[in-house]
Design a protein around this ligand. Structure first.
Ligand SMILES: [Zn+2]
Length: 266
C-alpha cells in the first residue's frame, strides 16, 4: 500500500518535471536598463562597458549623452532615449527637452525629434520621472503616435501605478512593456542591490522573464560588473529590451491560442 502510494507520487513528480521542462526549455530571461545616463562620466562609461546586452537609457541634452550613445552603439548595446516627463513633485525641473502638461501636440513631436538628435542611435524610449504626465491619456497618445512613426519601442518606467502610458502604447500599436523592479536606489548598499537582483532572477524564473532598471551609482555598477558574467551559472540569460518585448508578445500570443483552443473544445 505504502509502496504503491510512493510509486504514484514518484510518477506524478516525474511527469510534472517533464511538463515543466517541456514548457520552459529556454532559460529564464532578464533585461536590464541603466537609466539616467549622460551626467556622471566615469560611472556612465563603466555602464556602457558592462558585459552583455545591457540597455543604456540616456537623458537628452546632457554633457556626455552623445558620446556615451556612440560608445554604447559601437559596443553593440541598445540605446534608449530617457525622456524627461513632468513629475508630481514640482521642485524637479523637466527642462525644455521633456514633456509637460502644457506641451502641445507639435511640442511633443519637437521634443522627441530634439531628443533623437541629442542622443543618436536610439531604438526605444523610456520615461525619466513622469509621475504626473504618464497619467494623461492625451499626451501619452501623442507620444505613442510619434514613437510608432519612428519605429521606436516604449518602456514604462512605472513612476506611478496610475500610469496609462503602456495602455496608450498598445492602443497605438507600439511595441512596449513595463519595468518590473528597480534594482537600486540612491542610498542602496551592496547587499540591498544583490537582494533586488535575486528578486529579479526569481521573478524571471517564475514568469519566464523580468525587466529591471538600475542607475549609474558606483555600488550598482560594481555589483553588475561582478554578477552579470555569472548569470549563466544561475540559469539566467541576459537579453536586449527588444528581445524581452518579443518574448512577452510570444507569451501573450500563446496564452491567447491556448484560451481559444480550450474555448473551442468545450
Ligand atoms: Zn530617470
Amino acid at each position: 500500500m505504502i509502496d504503491r502510494k510512493h510509486h504514484s507520487f514518484r510518477w506524478l513528480l516525474l511527469t510534472g518535471l517533464i511538463a515543466i521542462s517541456g514548457a520552459d526549455a529556454a532559460p529564464a530571461a532578464i533585461a536590464i536598463i541603466i537609466d539616467d545616463l549622460g551626467y556622471r562620466y566615469e560611472e556612465g562609461n563603466r555602464a556602457v562597458a558592462l558585459p552583455g546586452p545591457v540597455a543604456c537609457a540616456i537623458i537628452p541634452n546632457t554633457p556626455h549623452g552623445a558620446s556615451m550613445a556612440a560608445a554604447a552603439y559601437a559596443s553593440g548595446k541598445e540605446i534608449l532615449l530617457h525622456l524627461p516627463m513632468q513629475p508630481l513633485d514640482s521642485e524637479r525641473p523637466v527642462g525644455e527637452m521633456g514633456i509637460e502638461l502644457d506641451t502641445t501636440r507639435l511640442g511633443v513631436t519637437a521634443v522627441l525629434r530634439a531628443g533623437m538628435e541629442s542622443v543618436p542611435h536610439v531604438s526605444g524610449v523610456n520615461n525619466h520621472m513622469g509621475s504626473l504626465i504618464t497619467r494623461h491619456p492625451g499626451h501619452m497618445t501623442w507620444l505613442m503616435n510619434d514613437l510608432q512613426d519612428n519605429n521606436l519601442f516604449f518602456i514604462d518606467s512605472v513612476t506611478t501605478e496610475s500610469s496609462v502610458a503602456l495602455s496608450m502604447a498598445r492602443e497605438q500599436g507600439v511595441a512596449a512593456t513595463r519595468r518590473d523592479l528597480f534594482i537600486d536606489s540612491e542610498q542602496a548598499s551592496e547587499d540591498e542591490i544583490l537582494r533586488r537582483l535575486e528578486d529579479l532572477y526569481a521573478l524571471a524564473s517564475r514568469r519566464g522573464n523580468a525587466l529591471g532598471i538600475a542607475h549609474p551609482y558606483p555600488v550598482t555598477i560594481a555589483v553588475l560588473e561582478r554578477e552579470l558574467p555569472r548569470l549563466a551559472t544561475r540559469g539566467i540569460r541576459l537579453v536586449s529590451v527588444r528581445q524581452l518585448i518579443a518574448l512577452r508578445q510570444e507569451q501573450a500570443d500563446s496564452a491567447l491560442t491556448e484560451r481559444d483552443a480550450t474555448g473551442a473544445s468545450h
